[in-house]
Write a protein that binds this ligand. Structure first.
Ligand SMILES: [Zn+2]
Length: 194
């Protein structure tokens, strides 16, 4: 009989494969203009890790400040298993979890969390705080960082560089527009104003 909570751990190659899937999820976030972070949840079935759920960062598109990749994925996984706890599962995420996600993962009793790039601004797995190592919190979630960190980090750096360039172009276009004789332009393009 299949035991979805088998304690057998994935191999390094299986970890890398799952993180590559998480990177694909991060690309989905970028496609909709969200900060590119992706997550994948696996569990062991007959000694082989199987993908249970995926998620990508989408707080802006869903008007939901909690819609980080980890939370999106863990809601799908919990729904699928019909269980508010996910013991024996591994979550792969392309960016170090924040405090909200770290606690959500601990509440869900994840066996293991693997992240790619560190987050020096809000990382709660060692960068700003390490909630996973806090002995006063009752949990058993093992955390590892750095897997495919370069790929995940450059995805984020490229995203923010593109966003800065777009903002700069927007500001320059606005400055150019401010120098134009606006009423005439509006009339010639759209007809007389009311
Ligand atoms: Zn988070």
């Amino acid at each position: 009989m299949t035991d979805p909570t088998s304690p057998l751990s994935p191999t390094a190659a299986q970890d890398e494969y799952a993180m590559r899937l998480a990177l694909d999820q991060a690309l989905n976030a970028r496609l909709v203009g969200e900060v590119p972070v992706g997550a994948v949840i696996t569990h062991m079935v007959d000694g082989v890790p199987q993908v249970l759920a995926t998620g990508y960062n989408r707080p802006i598109t869903t008007n939901d400040p909690t819609a980080h990749a980890e939370v999106v994925a863990l809601r799908h996984a919990a729904d699928l298993l019909g269980n508010y706890r996910l013991p024996g599962c591994t979550l792969y995420v392309t960016l170090e979890p924040c405090a909200m996600c770290a606690m959500a993962l601990m509440h869900a009793r994840f066996a293991r969390v693997v992240f790619a790039a560190p987050d020096p601004k809000t990382g709660a797995a060692g960068s700003v705080v390490d909630l996973f190592a806090e002995p006063r919190l009752n949990h058993h979630t093992h955390v590892e960082g750095g897997l495919l960190a370069d790929a995940a980090g450059s995805l984020l750096r490229d995203f923010f560089a593109e966003r800065r360039a777009a903002l700069r172009a927007e500001r320059e276009a606005a400055a150019d527009a401010a120098r134009l004789p606006v009423p005439e332009v509006i009339e010639s393009h759209f007809g007389p104003m009311d």
